[in-house]
Ligand binder design. Structure first.
Ligand code: NAP
Ligand code: ZN
Length: 352
């Protein structure tokens, strides 16, 4: 074991503050990273504040962060993909059993014994896993991704969650040329989804509650932007979408979006509001529409997404902040005041 610096929350209502945590020394299959950048996902906030207490209660102290890019500092003797000095990246998962049907099919995210990067039982330390708001992390190399060399590292970090969470359902539901795709909520996930959907060739429409984001949405690659509070604007798109990705973090009316799907159209929830959303069955039965969900992605698909982003030069639009501003960043994220992802420059933690 060795000691690492981190920012943790001690209770659901306490601010994140400097802490010292224990990490394992790399075992033979492990990679140790010095963390350079870590994105701030809305899931970090949900988890820190125990907003998912029903499904995933938070264990304190909680060190969030699952959009991690770093420099390899040590590798175990069996590691083949990385050597010290390389750049590696860790997303939402650091382990799975490797033997269940989901793991065998490349869907580690659905493994019943999956280990999330934070807030999962840590069999090495006997405590809980700690995420990327830290100066280092150790993970099995299977869960460490390669980062294409042309990508800016601060902007690449958010791909590890915002990127794969939107890439996976866009691919699964066939986003591409000739398809009309809606993206609801222009936040961290939403803005990466717009870039990906555009790069896949789909006609991409953004739904936002923030009129001030209209120009940005077009710049990011949207073909059209709808202000979702404007009923006339919404009515223009009735029964016209093949696919809608809902990336909203709070309570909202999804029935309005279900109505916009054409025959056999699908709406996929990636946003995770703490409370259930009411669904009108009438909206679904007409036109045989479907409502589904999607959770991050497997390791093979995460690497595929990173490589796709390398080919299309896609990174998140980031506001780089020092870790000392993390609590302020959470408040701004709650007000949808972020363009469009905070990325923590972890060099700032060294100074503490
Ligand atoms: P975010 O950056 O805060 O973006 C959320 C966006 O939702 C906001 O920018 C805003 O967009 C919209 N919004 C917020 N409050 C709203 C309200 N009351 N009504 C309507 N729209 C509202 O969050 P994020 O990091 O992208 O995460 C989004 C959600 O996805 C979170 O719940 C997160 O936990 C979840 N998530 C899920 C997975 C998964 O595997 N499924 C992975 C990562 C994250 P506009 O200003 O454009 O309206
Ligand atoms: Zn996330």
């Amino acid at each position: 074991m060795y000691k690492a610096k981190a920012y943790s929350a001690a209770t659901p209502t306490s601010p994140l503050a400097l802490d010292t945590i224990e990490r394992r020394e790399p075992t033979e299959g492990d990679v140790q990273l010095e963390i350079l950048f870590c994105g701030i996902c809305h899931s970090d906030l949900h988890q820190v504040r125990n907003e998912w207490s029903g499904m995933m209660p938070t264990v304190y102290p909680c060190v969030p962060g699952h959009e991690i890019v770093g420099r390899v500092t040590k590798v175990g003797s069996a590691v083949t993909k990385f050597k010290p000095g390389d750049i590696g990246a860790v997303g939402c998962m650091v382990g799975s059993d490797g033997t269940c049907p989901s793991c065998r099919d490349g869907y580690e995210q659905f493994c019943p014994n999956g280990i999330f990067t934070y807030n999962s039982a840590d069999r090495h330390t006997g405590k809980v896993t700690y995420g990327g708001y830290s100066d280092s992390i150790v993970a099995d190399e299977h869960f460490v991704m390669r980062v294409p060399g042309n990508l800016d590292l601060a902007g690449a970090a958010p791909l590890l969650c915002a990127g794969i969470t939107t890439y996976s359902p866009l691919r699964h539901w066939g986003a591409g040329k000739g398809k009309k795709v809606g993206i609801v909520g222009l936040g961290g996930l939403g803005h990466v989804a717009v870039k990906l959907s555009h790069a896949m060739g789909a006609h991409t429409v953004v739904f936002t509650t923030s009129p001030s984001k209209k120009e940005d949405a077009l710049r990011l690659g949207a073909d059209e932007v709808v202000i979702s509070t404007d009923a006339n604007d919404m009515a223009k798109h009735a029964t016209s979408f093949d696919l809608i990705l809902d990336a909203v973090s709070a309570q909202h009316d999804i029935n309005a979006y279900i109505q916009m799907l054409k025959r056999d159209g699908n709406i996929t929830m990636v946003g995770l509001p703490g409370q259930p959303l009411p669904v009108a069955a009438f909206g679904l039965i007409y036109n045989r529409r479907s409502l589904s969900g999607s959770m991050i992605g497997g390791m093979r698909e995460t690497q595929e997404m990173m490589d796709f982003c390398g080919q299309h030069n896609i990174t998140a639009d980031v506001e780089v902040i020092p870790i000392q501003k993390v609590n302020e960043a959470y408040e701004r994220m709650l007000k949808s005041d972020v363009k469009y992802r905070f990325s923590i420059d972890m060099a700032s933690l060294k100074a503490e």
